[in-house]
Design a protein around this ligand. Sequence first.
Ligand code: ADP
Ligand code: MG
Length: 268
Amino acid sequence: MSRVIVMTSGKGGVGKTTVTANLGTALARLGRSVVVVDADFGLRNLDLLLGLENRVVYTALEVIAGECRLEQALVKDKRTPNLSLLPAAQSRNKTAVKPEQMRELIDKLSSSHDYVLIDCPAGIEQGFRNAIAGANEAIIVTTPELAAVRDADRVVGLLEAAQIRPTRLIVNRLRPDMVAASQMMSVEDVVEVLAIPLVGIVPEDREVIVSTNKGEPLVLSSNPPLAAQALQRIARRLEGETVDFPDVASLGESFWERAKRFLNQRVI
Ligand code: ADP
Ligand code: MG
């Protein structure tokens, strides 16, 4: 049976779209057939992160409106066989879609893919209800900040009420140096508040921003940086592998890595 996982958070800007693009790519590279669904009608950007924006012809809205077939709207990622994207529309009224319509769409996708990953919009309104409609699992993405964790806690409650389980946790943009200096919540703090199982810790990594701007998921890198390695581990955990959690301190850049980067920049 296929797995339909919604990536959600409550708060915006915590890394849902980044995680969706990279986990989708990583799972496809492990040999799974994956479709990533942009459920962020109005502010779509999953296509950008995957570098597929120029290949979008139809979107989920046209499929729902019966203006095209589902297969016509799916954009295949040429760099990553087994991965496709169902884009969201940007221009039309974003409240036009109803949860039942989303569920129908997701059910169709799940019959032909191993994984359906749904990128949820921020908030807990209609867009959230649409995004969770067809899901049978959830991943909560949060940064270790009070505001994000509080919103995530709210979402955990809503997912419970909607009987979506399991719900797992990704802590994103962790800065080990700040945790060590007690300037940032630790992973343990976040897990204690949310009380859901942890599936991964992704460090703050400037390479994420570089890859976003290039439209190339970080996990495709030939020399994957720390955040990409963390995302690859999450993909393997989703596949049921037992993958140890590295020591949080090792997720930070060493002095030597920082020095190397500095020198590289100087050469350029
Ligand atoms: P959301 O989909 O939750 O709104 P995004 O995935 O769009 O969040 O990420 C918001 C911003 O944070 C983007 O600019 C992205 O590049 C950046 N970002 C996400 N994760 C990381 C990370 N681990 N390290 C550094 N920057 C990150
Ligand atoms: Mg997003």
